[in-house]
Design a binder for this molecule. Sequence first.
Ligand code: HEM
Length: 375
Amino acid sequence: MATTSMPRLTSTFLAVAAAALLAGAAAPAVDAAIVDGLQVGFYNRSCPAAEEAVRDVISSEIAMDRTIAAGLIRIFFHDCFITGCDASILLDETPSGDVPEKESSANGFTLHGLRSIDVAKSTVESMCPRTVSCADILAFAARDAAVAAGIPFYEVAAGRRDGTRSNMDDLPGNMPTPSHQVPRMTELFTKRGLTQEDLVVLSGAHSIGGAHCFMFSNRIYGFSQGADIDPALDPAFAANLRRVCPPPKQGDDPQQSPKVSFDGRTSEKLDSTYYTEVLAARGLMSSDDALIKDPQTKPTVDLFAGDDALWQQKFAEAMQKLGAVDVLVGEQQGQIRRECRLVNKQSRQPAPSVPRLKKPRFPRFMPGSGFHGFF
Ligand code: HEM
C-alpha cells in the first residue's frame, strides 16, 4: 500500500502519532495524517460513507465504460495544475462571467468522465448535503480510477474546499502542451511544487487512454522541411498512425478526429509499458518522446521501464502530492459546492455589464501545418 510513503505525509504522521503516544491518547491512525491542511479520514465523522460511495459510483461507471478511468485521472491533473485542486475545472459558468477552464482548447470536448463526477456528487449529496467538496470527490475518483486500472490502493487526504473562480485564460503559460520539451515542462511542474521526477512519474499516466490525431499530427504529416515524418518515431509505428489519422486539412472539425491509444499493448492497464513504448520510439506526442531525448529524464525512464512495481508505487505517491497542490482548506476559503458545475447561489457575484465574448474552443486547422498548439 502506498499510503504513507510520501515523505511529507510520513513525517507529519509520525510526529502526530508520537505526540499522541506521549500524551497517552489513542489517536486513530487514519485521522492523524495531516498534510497541507488535508487529512486522511477527513469525513470520518461528517460523512463516513462518502469515500465508499464515490468508489461504488466510479467502479460502476468504469464497468460501463473502461475509458473513463483515463479521463478521470486527466481531469484531476488539469484541475490541480490550474489554481490548485479546487474543482475549478468542473465549473460550467463563473460568478464573474469569466469563460471557465473547461472551455479552454486544452480541455473542451477532450475532457472525459465529467458526468461520472456529477453522479458521484449527487450520490454523496443525497447522503450528506453540503458536506463533501467536489474537489475531494474528484481526488477520490481519480484514485479509484487509478486503482481500477491496476495501481495499488493509496490513501487520499481530504478537506479540500471548492473554488469559486475559473478562467480559461489561466491555462496558457501554465498547462503543458504536446509540443513542450523537458525544460519547459519541468518549469511548469516546479511552479506547482512538483519535481522533474514527478513529471516523469506522472507522465506514465499516458499508459492508459489516448490522444486525438490532431494532438500529434504534426509528427506524421509535414514534420519539417526535410522530413515529412518525425525521424524520432519508429517508422512502422508512424505508418500505422498515418493509417488511422488522415492528413489534416483546412476546416477539419477536431471533434471528428480519431483517438489513438498511448500504449497500444496494455491500453487499459496503468503499468510501465508506457516507458518501454517511449524507449522504442513509440511515444505518441513530442512531449512523451521528450522524456528520452533529455539526458536529465532519460535515466528515470530507463529505471521505470525495467521496474513496474517501483513505478506504480511512485505513481501513487505522486498522485498524493499532486492532490495537495494549492488546495483551499478551512471554513474561510472556498465553499462546498452543492453542484460541481455551479458556484453556490449566495456567493455569486453580479455578472459584469459587458459580457465577454466566448472564444471558439478549438482553432480550425490549416493544411500541412500540423499541431497548432492549444492556446
Ligand atoms: C506533462 C505533460 C503532459 C502533456 C503535454 C499532456 C498532454 C496530453 C494530451 C494532449 C492528451 C490527449 C487528450 C486528447 O486528445 O483527448 C493527454 C491525455 C491524457 N493525459 Fe496527459 N499530458 C501531460 C501529463 C499528464 C499527467 C501528469 C497526467 C496525469 C497525472 C496525464 C494524464 C493523461 C491521461 C490519463 C490521458 C488520456 C485521457 C483519455 O484518454 O481520456 N497527462 N495528455
